[in-house]
Ligand binder design. Structure first.
Ligand code: NAP
Ligand code: SF4
Length: 673
């Protein structure tokens, strides 16, 4: 008997029965663009083996003008079809099923060739689209239908027609982007003609016994987006046009409301899908921030949907479903929704991976093969670098002892978990604890690992991390100057008026921590919806609260300073930096760049401004978040004694250290040791 009866109930689609209710949602990994289809196949085969009932590929372009960027993958030639067969065959060999997503980007295409219903540039693209004429529209429909037929030829079990997130089909639906006066614009009946006709033509191109998913934007989260009535009318029309399943899309890409970031509560939008239940007879999938079997089971049991879509959780752990089924949910590597190695990479034109699991999308290149020479390995430091090294080394068959002078594992992760909106780090640390146990790693906490203690090990790995940098700003008697560690560990309390020195990732985190009081909105959906101004789309078009965002008042008056004369927060994650900036701006945090620090007194922080003038910023507390230096105390002792040691993570290079680099470096070292 499974703990998750709804999750593991089969789903009968008429011509095929899915073994469970888990869809691996579409993710752009960049693998297809490498044209190494063995690598693409290895990625999907691992997830098929891991038990996803049905997987959806990253978006494939139906034609040049619809490609998200020049060179984006698609099924254009016989060779493309043969290449994709390599993938579908491998998935089928593993007992899985895979559908190809057809993604026409419309005005979101990063190309001067982009096309749209009307020539209106999107706020997130530098290119104004060309308005399609009648023949152009017919070509787009025909190309999407052809792509679907080619997908069938390539062995896919279905297609997903991307109709949400503000892409091409979505752009026809709303007056914001569709100003046409012909029969493709004007009334809602006209505006929905293109998506419905496209779906009808796709169905007729692929036959009856082929899965056709339509991803429908259920809450646009942009001004002038669809009303709830329109969503229901469209869903029913898409069902009548031949869709097998409806998937949920949440928010257009240009929406200024976070939809998948870690600060979004788990399952935050399942209630939107639930509103559609009963209005259509085909299965409906819900999506966004579902990252554990418990959450997935909960939304299904609650009648929010017939199936759940999880995408990034399958990067973190390809065996998500198999582990849940085996009653081993605690061993599922959690997706912490950080976007750091997946979406941020995609936007930086790099291959996607996963902060928690560097093997993701690197399956053929980063292999954890069993060792034929088992060693005694000592690892000093139980932060992300040391933890990942320990797990991979133990998995490969080495005997591992992990030391930390602290009385808990996690290192800097213990700081991150205290920040409102970063609660997922609790789960990540818990997972490490479970896995250390599962893999039989000896953990020695509260132990200062000296050179003597490390005698006798075959390999020593130093992952002692970082120490906060002291910016050496003169401080006078009575000044309250503390480090971010003092604040986030609760050792020190900040006053009502705070200056944060350093506007990097940690400065932003500390400002977030200091502005919140009481329950974190990430753990209270109602608070979160209110904070970002999201409301029931049945009450207000597109789910936008007319009165806007209503964040709780800031717990303190906080200002953030940096010396660089650039926009504070500019270097934060590509896909999450704007959320951090917006969130602090809503709390009234002042962000000042281009200053230098003169001294700190009981009155506050004396600054030298860009024009050379001096200014006193009155505050009760100054929090130092001025970056990190490597803690090399142990490494230097070992090296001075002529001993060999591998130095990794922050102890190796402190600059721009984050958990992604630490985990990647640790895992890669352990893979070859
Ligand atoms: P950081 O991002 O390098 O920022 C350090 C800040 O301190 C900068 O604003 C810098 O700005 C300032 N600074 C550096 N030297 C200084 C000095 N001598 N005097 C005064 N100010 C100085 O480092 P961090 O904030 O400590 O973060 C560490 C790492 O963790 C980073 O790689 C960061 O990306 C990562 N992290 C990421 C997240 C995330 O959400 N993804 C969250 C937390 C941390 P100026 O030099 O212009 O003054
Ligand atoms: Fe999840 Fe972060 Fe991994 Fe992306 S990088 S899959 S968001 S844990």
């Amino acid at each position: 008997m499974t703990e998750y009866p709804h999750l593991f109930a089969p789903l009968d689609l008429g011509f095929v029965t899915l073994p469970n209710r888990v869809l691996m949602g579409s993710m752009h990994t960049g693998l297809e663009e490498t044209r190494d289809f063995d690598r693409v196949a290895a990625f999907y085969a691992a997830r098929a083996r891991g038990g996803a009932a049905l997987m959806v590929t990253g978006g494939m372009a139906p034609n040049r003008e619809g490609a998200v960027m020049p060179g984006a993958a698609g099924l254009f030639t016989d060779e493309d079809i043969a290449n994709h067969r390599v993938v579908t065959d491998r998935v089928h060999d593993e007992g899985g099923r895979i559908a190809m997503q057809i993604l026409h980007a419309g005005r979101y295409a990063y190309s001067p060739e982009c096309v749209a219903p009307s020539p209106i540039k999107s706020p997130i693209s530098p290119f104004a689209p060309a308005e399609l004429d009648e023949a152009g529209i017919e070509k787009q429909i025909a190309d999407i239908a052809t792509a679907a037929a080619r997908a069938r030829e390539a062995g896919y079990d279905g297609v997903e027609v991307m109709g949400s997130e503000g892409y091409f089909l979505n752009q026809f639906l709303v007056e914001r982007t569709n100003k046409r006066t012909d029969h493709w614009g004007g009334s809602y009946e006209n505006r929905m003609r293109l998506p419905v006709e496209t779906l009808r033509r796709v169905r007729s191109a692929v036959g009856d016994d082929f899965i056709v998913i339509y991803r429908l934007s259920m809450i646009d989260l942009v001004p002038g987006g669809s009303s709830w009535d329109e969503v229901v009318i469209l869903a029913q029309a898409i069902e009548n046009a031949g869709a097998t399943i409806l998937n949920t899309g949440i928010g257009w890409h240009e929406a200024r409301i976070p939809t998948i970031a870690t600060s979004v509560p788990r399952g935050a939008f399942a209630w939107v899908t639930k509103k559609l239940m009963g209005s259509v007879d085909i299965p409906v999938i819900t999506s966004n921030r579902i990252n554990t079997p418990e959450v997935a089971e909960g939304v299904l049991a609650d009648g929010c949907a017939d199936m759940v879509s999880m995408a990034r959780p399958f990067l973190a752990d390809p065996a998500f479903v198999a582990k849940a089924k085996a009653g081993k949910a605690a061993t599922i590597a959690p997706c912490i929704a950080c976007n750091q190695a997946c979406l941020d990479h995609t936007f930086e034109m790099k291959l996607a991976s996963c902060l928690v699991n560097p093997q993701a999308a690197h399956e053929t290149e980063l292999v954890y093969a069993p060792t034929d020479q088992a060693k005694q390995i000592a690892i000093v430091g139980a932060g992300p670098a040391g933890l990942s090294t320990a797990l991979v080394a133990a998995e490969r068959g080495h005997t591992v002892t992990l030391f930390d002078r602290a009385d808990q594992i996690g290192g800097q992760l213990n700081m991150a978990k205290m920040v409102p909106g970063k609660e997922e780090f609790f789960g990540l640390i818990e997972w490490y604890r479970t896995m250390l146990d599962e893999l039989g790693v000896t953990v020695r906490l509260g132990v200062e690992a000296s050179a003597d203690i490390l005698e006798g090990f075959d390999e020593v790995i130093v992952a002692t991390g970082v120490l906060p940098r002291d910016p050496e700003i003169p401080a006078e008697n009575g000044a309250h100057v503390v480090s971010y560690i003092d604040i986030l560990t609760g050792r020190e309390k900040a006053g009502d008026r705070v200056a944060v020195i350093g506007a990097g990732g940690i400065g932003f985190d500390v400002a977030e921590y200091l502005t919140h009081d009481g329950e974190s909105p990430a753990e209270n959906l109602e608070l979160w919806l209110q904070e970002w101004g999201v409301t029931d789309p049945e009450e207000h078009r597109a789910g936008l609260e007319p009165e806007g965002a209503k964040p709780a008042p800031s717990a303190r008056k906080v200002s953030l300073f940096q010396r660089k004369n650039e926009k504070p927060g500019k270097r934060l994650g590509k896909t999450t930096g704007w959320i951090h900036r917006a969130s602090l701006a809503m709390k009234g945090v002042k962000m000042v760049g281009g200053v230098s620090y003169d001294r700190i007194t009981a009155e506050g922080l004396y600054l030298r401004m860009q024009d050379g003038s001096k200014e006193l910023f009155e505050c009760d507390t100054v929090v130092l978040c001025a970056g990190q230096i490597s803690d090399r105390s142990l490494a230097d002792v070992l090296l001075a004694q002529g001993k060999e040691a591998h130095v990794i993570g922050g102890a190796d290079v402190a600059a721009e250290l984050d958990a992604k680099r630490a985990i990647d470096q640790g895992s890669r070292l352990a893979a070859v040791i």
